[in-house]
Design a protein. Structure first.
Length: 307
């Protein structure tokens, strides 16, 4: 397993981060038993993964807590989140206490404002962040994070505003090779400010479903965001497989090698799928030819998330 320092937090984190949300939610979305879901957490830990991300809204905090039972607390970096819907200072305090109980711990390493909309940012900064700061002083959280709504904010408008403030230790950013706009709009500043970056959406439906990928490419050609000539006869993007077993593997490795990224989140509910994803993190970077071609083809795209 590869490890890195999560920006200015100094936390030593695995580049592979186990995600408790997404399509699978550790198997809950596929009606897996609790024991099967807990086993996914254990499998990841056994493979050297030490970063686990969840949220109150995912319904997986208790699964994570049970997966960590008996594990040394300081050997794992826990990230969880508070939804901004109807949020108040009292709701934050109550929500965090409930999250800590479900996780079986007395602190979380990173606590995020979850899915912040641009129009809500100023209010949350002024009314809610002071409560986060108080909770940090109390030792219930170590670092403060913020996550964007990449599905609807594919241009990173909210995070560009958030980067003007110094309160954010960690940011969760939507990034994949279909939409690389975070490179200039977010990562240029997070690198300068040494902010920890968690990548979400590294793999979404368009990168695992050939039909959805073709639909997405057609959409991007029609909108003028990619040039049909750059695809040659390779509409299905087969060229990355010259040095990668499949497009999903190429997508993870593209993100791993992106400057400014620290943890690449990967969700799963299947032991076999987890093993496959873990293998991608053991492989070397994509070839410079493949990386540069992907950068060139999608250089103007900021309208899709891959979902």
């Amino acid at each position: 397993m590869k490890y890195t320092s999560l920006g200015r937090t100094g936390l030593n984190v695995s580049v592979f981060g186990l995600g408790g949300g997404g399509h699978s939610r550790l198997g809950k979305s596929q009606n897996k038993s609790e024991a099967e879901s807990v086993a996914i957490v254990r499998q990841a830990l056994d493979a050297g993964v030490n970063f686990i991300d969840t949220a109150e809204g995912y319904g997986t905090e208790e699964i994570v807590g049970k997966g960590l039972a008996g594990v040394k607390r300081d050997s794992v970096i826990l990230s969880t989140k508070k939804s901004t819907d109807g949020i108040t200072p009292d709701a934050v305090r109550a929500s965090l206490d409930a999250s800590l109980k479900r996780l079986g711990t007395d602190y979380v390493d990173v606590y995020h404002l979850h899915g912040v909309a641009t129009e809500d940012y100023e209010r949350l900064l002024n009314d809610i962040v002071p409560t986060f700061e108080t909770l940090r002083q109390q030792g219930k959280i170590r670092f403060i994070g913020i996550t964007e709504r990449f599905g609807s904010d594919t241009q990173h408008t909210m995070l560009q505003r958030a980067l003007q403030d110094t309160v954010w230790d960690v940011m969760m950013v939507g990034f994949n090779f279909l939409n690389q706009s975070a490179r200039e709009r977010v990562f240029a500043s997070t690198i300068q400010q040494n902010i920890g970056v968690l990548v979400m959406f590294a793999v979404r439906r368009a990168l695992s479903d050939p039909q959805k990928l073709c639909e997405t490419l057609d959409q991007l050609v029609s909108s003028g965001q990619i040039d049909a000539a750059d695809l040659d006869a390779d509409e299905a993007l087969k060229f990355p497989q010259a040095d990668s077993p499949d497009l999903t593997d190429a997508a993870y490795r593209f993100c791993i090698d992106e400057p400014g990224t620290h943890v690449i989140l990967s969700g799963t509910g299947s032991p076999e799928h987890l093993r496959e994803n873990l293998e991608s993190f053991t492989r070397p970077p994509l070839s410079p030819v493949t990386t540069q071609r992907l950068r060139h083809i999608f250089r103007r795209v900021d309208s899709v998330s891959g979902q």
